[in-house]
Design a protein around this ligand. Structure first.
Ligand code: GLA
Length: 670
């Protein structure tokens, strides 16, 4: 991990296996039975998860973090309807102060960033009907290497200064804590805030190091459960997996905080940001916008402003969603809502579209003839006879709210679209796939038709009927297709769109579509080839891109160094960073994959990783945890018959810091 600032205590993101992609056997996260926690602070604050803005994820300490940004965000909250949607706190993060206190021991705002002072900014935010938040550390200094003053030993005077400025929210970090007991440090600030008499939401930011969920319910209103998020799919996923099992500890006034939103910062796709937002909402996480709204896209506003998703997060019952099932990267997470309905997320961790399925009773609803199912991203309602199921695009989330609703019959039946067969094709050769359109509703889908389209110039032909006059509950229209990519189509992933149209018994026409992908592949050459030189199907990495034939340099493509493990330099291989997964198409034509693996010498003692080689859904070979001090280890996997081989690196259980992992001299024999 990149060191954006120095600190005495390091952040840890203990990721579960982030690369449980297509077929890994992920286990359901445990859900505790008894409520394990003390009652929340009895002050009426944060009865639903705090919502607002914090500058850190978009600016860190850069100069654009200043008074005009903060005021600009407050303006946008009002102008763009985000305030009406529930966003309330406008919060400053680190770097707002000067490095030294004044002669009276008071904190001094940086006059370049905040020429009008903090009180004036707080007043401005308040004048918009919003609330104002600030940051410091439960240590002698904050986290930034410039060394801004922390509040350890100054708790009462700093809290009073914040209250005098009109602060409504304090984020209290963990850096430079001098080894003082965390519970003591955070409790002292709780008491100091209380002594001011001002209601101040208190956000504990000790990164989950001391299991605050076990002791902080009557200390703060929320507590970070993990290290810092970054604007990557891998980071978001690792944090999600760490936060999900903590559901029993959350409730009104006491929230698990998986860190602030990255939506809109540019490092993930729109699909991934919708997953991030959906999953934060179903986890009843604080929703603190982390992008600079002054330059945000329409899509960013649409995601952050989705009131049906916000309502899931803000439900007054205050339950965090729990994992109903998790297998092969297909997650079902359900959240009980105060009105008795359930929000249900069908979350696809994997790199290809997956069918993810559950039922109304499995998510805790009473048995009934039918239910109303509301799609919270499509903003449409259907009826279902009980199945909650969808083909979810790679890295996507279908988020629905399901209710045992006597008025279900006024909605058209839900249908599920699917595509069977392996989504790979060689250019110029027809691939055979089968589409399915299945009625999940209690009522009949009538005048059903299906279509499949591919990129310009591709031949897509139906080989069996594409229409059905009527599909009763549970029945499917199955249609065969051949798809041919033109000769010379470069390898890569291409979009297909599967569409269905049907009518409800009342004649309401419904159109539904699902984006899918087909990978154009070349079979691996026969003989032995270096995987550093072959095209991959997909690659995910904890920091920066996967590198061919060099180590991982953490940021841009091509910034690595020669692969070196235990002093041995290798000319070929893959340089990755945990958590990582690289998938290759082997098309059933290969026998073995072998490599010399280890932590690259360029990193220090924090680097601990474990390597796995998967053949389709089977883990075929793995190492134990390897450290930076160890020489390269050979690994060999039998991949006979596999369509896909996946090279996985997990973090060795201690977070991804410094986890530069090398697949030195990795080769496939076909
Ligand atoms: C720590 C926190 C982050 C951010 C930075 C500021 O890393 O976990 O959220 O506040 O400090 O320096």
């Amino acid at each position: 991990m990149r060191h954006l600032h120095t600190r005495t205590t390091r952040t840890r993101v203990v990721g579960a296996l982030a690369a449980a992609l297509l077929c890994a056997a992920g286990l359901a996260a445990p859900t505790a039975t008894a409520s394990p926690v003390a009652p929340a602070l009895d002050d009426g604050l944060a009865l639903t998860p705090p919502m607002g803005f914090n500058n850190w994820n978009s600016t860190h300490c850069r100069a654009e973090f200043n008074e005009s940004m903060v005021k600009g965000v407050a303006d946008i909250f009002v102008e763009k309807g985000l305030k009406d949607a529930g966003y309330e706190y406008v919060n400053l993060d680190d770097c707002w102060a000067l490095p030294s206190r004044d002669a009276n021991g008071k904190l001094v705002p940086d006059p370049v960033r905040f020429p009008s002072g903090i009180k004036a900014v707080a007043d401005y935010v308040h004048s918009k009907g919003l609330k104002f938040g600030i940051y410091t550390s439960a240590g002698t200094k904050t986290c930034n290497s410039a060394g801004f003053p922390g509040a350890l030993g100054h708790e009462y005077s700093d809290a009073q200064q914040f209250a005098d400025w009109g602060v409504d929210y304090l984020k209290y970090d963990n850096c430079n804590n001098q080894g003082v007991d965390a519970k003591l440090r955070y409790t002292t600030m709780r008491d100091a805030l209380r002594a001011t008499g001002r209601p101040i939401v208190y956000s504990i930011c000790e990164w989950g190091q001391n299991k605050p969920w076990e002791w902080a319910a009557d200390v703060g209103h929320l507590w970070r459960t993990t290290g810092d998020i970054s604007d990557t799919w891998g980071s978001m996923l690792a944090i999600l997996k760490k936060n999900l099992p903590l559901a029993p500890y959350a409730g009104p006034g006491r929230w698990n905080d998986p860190d602030m939103l990255e939506v809109g910062n540019g490092g993930m796709t729109g699909t991934e940001y919708r997953s991030h937002f959906s999953m934060w909402a179903i986890m009843a996480a604080p929703l603190l916008i982390g992008s600079d709204l002054r330059s945000a896209s329409q899509e960013t506003f649409e995601i952050l402003g989705n009131r049906e998703v916000i309502a899931v997060d803000q439900d007054p019952l205050g339950k965090q969603g729990t994992v109903i099932s998790s297998e092969g990267g297909r997650w079902v997470v359900a959240k009980e809502m105060r009105d008795g309905s359930r929000a249900v997320a069908l979350f696809n961790e994997s790199g290809t579209a997956q069918r993810i399925s559950t039922s109304a009773t499995a998510v805790g609803l009473p048995a009934a003839d039918a239910y109303t199912l509301r799609d919270l991203w499509q903003h449409r309602s259907y009826n279902t006879a009980g199945t909650i199921s969808a083909t979810v695009p790679a890295h996507g989330t279908v988020l629905v709210r399901v209710a045992a609703d006597p008025a279900w019959a006024k909605n058209p039946p839900a249908v599920e679209l699917g595509l069977e067969g392996s989504p790979f094709a060689e250019a110029g050769k027809p691939a055979a796939l089968t589409s399915t359109v299945t009625d999940l509703g209690r009522t009949t889908a009538q005048r059903v038709s299906v279509s499949l389209s591919g990129p310009e110039g591709w031949a897509v032909k139906a080989t069996s009927p594409t229409t059905s006059p009527a599909l009763p509950t549970g029945r499917s229209l199955r249609t065969g297709w051949t798809i041919t990519a033109p000769q010379g189509t470069p390898t890569g992933s291409y979009g297909l769109t599967l569409k269905a149209s049907y009518r409800s018994p009342a004649g309401v026409r419904v159109e539904s579509a699902v984006p899918l992908t087909l990978s154009v592949v070349v079979p691996p050459p026969s003989g032995t080839s270096g995987l550093g030189d072959l095209p991959w199907l997909s690659a995910t990495n904890g920091w920066g891109p996967v590198e061919r034939n060099t180590s991982n340099g953490e940021s841009a493509a091509g910034d690595g160094r020669p692969i070196t493990i235990g002093g041995v330099v290798y000319g070929k291989g893959l340089g990755v960073h945990a958590e990582s997964a690289v998938e290759y198409y082997t098309g059933g034509a290969c026998e073995t994959v072998r490599a010399d693996v280890g932590v690259d010498d360029e990193k220090g003692a924090d680097g601990t990783v474990a390597f796995e080689i998967w053949a389709d859904g089977t883990k075929s070979a793995s190492t134990g945890t390897l450290t930076n001090a160890m020489p390269a280890q050979p690994i060999t996997a039998d991949v006979t018959g596999a369509q896909i081989v996946r090279l996985v690196v997990s973090d060795g259980g201690d977070g991804i810091d410094s986890d530069h992992a090398d697949w030195a001299d990795v080769r496939v024999s076909c």
